[in-house]
Design a protein around this ligand. Sequence first.
Ligand code: GTP
Ligand code: MG
Ligand code: ZN
Length: 312
Amino acid sequence: MSKNKSNKIRGIVVALKANFYIVEIDHQDFNKDLNNQFDTKKRLLCTRRNKLDYLGLFIDVGDLVYIESIDHKNKRAVISEVEPRKSFVKRPAVANVTLVSICISVDEPLLDIEQASRFLITAECSKIKPLIILTKIDLVTKSDLISYINKFKSWGYDCIPVTIYNSEGIDSLVDRFRETKLTVLAGPSGVGKTSLINHLIPTISLPTSSVSKKLKRGTHTTRHVELFEIGKGSRLADTPGFNRPEILCEPSDFAYLFPEFRIQLTNSRCKFRNCLHRDEPGCVINKDFERYPFYLENLEKMISSHLPYRVG
Ligand SMILES: Nc1nc2c(ncn2[C@@H]2O[C@H](COP(=O)(O)OP(=O)(O)OP(=O)(O)O)[C@@H](O)[C@H]2O)c(=O)[nH]1
Ligand SMILES: [Mg+2]
Ligand SMILES: [Zn+2]
């Protein structure tokens, strides 16, 4: 983080705590002129200036902010400005996201294709291309794993398979995270998002818990969004898992949230401009694609429940 804008210090909101914001500032840039007051990467507990409320500005994790009235001894400060966001993911709420990683476990909890689609569609709604992280691959056979990877490929997605047990896939994942500024780890509860962060950043040890034997689902261990550094200038967001993402979407936009349909619509045009790709003549969408029945079922619900429809 850097210092400019009338000597205010710039930082990033890494967590929200009750009515406070935890802001992290990078010590290296201003060690000298602040007499080494920033001894480590420093986290400060911040409130916000009232003027931000009047301006109607929200502050979420990932927001880049300027702080002032710094009390070094008690590690407190006040946020006086918020930079305009470059992107925003609504659920979980994180600003300035550059990559959405949807974590999906092959087992425990068992991979649920419809749920995976809902997570991917949520990410597509934020206009950020998602990456699939296939977790717990120590729990499946090689051939099952290959068929999952091929399935996601046919949907138009890259997929990085990993396990924390023998570290398979971990190196390519770290490379991917270090190429981007802010990666959100999203996905159902219990798929191993927090375990992955603990594995990747050995200096932290966040609570995790095993998947419920009875319900075969996660137990909602992580309750808040928090950012952790994974390399210079790159951060990872741990988020609370949830099981059924809702999507707010208009019927005419829905097909564009599926990469395999989007590419067909880019390459050629349906005869009618308002085609919803059902049985209209001259429609260019290939109805044999795996997710077409999912598209159709949700489109019909969307239309019958009036706009905007919640897929959920
Ligand atoms: N077999 C296997 N188990 C794993 C792996 N990674 C994590 N687990 C286990 O999965 C369970 C759930 O892990 P968490 O990290 O708490 O899952 P989470 O996605 O953060 O869950 P929420 O915080 O509820 O959203 C724990 O018991 C982990 O030990 C893996 O690679 N292989
Ligand atoms: Mg967790
Ligand atoms: Zn069509």
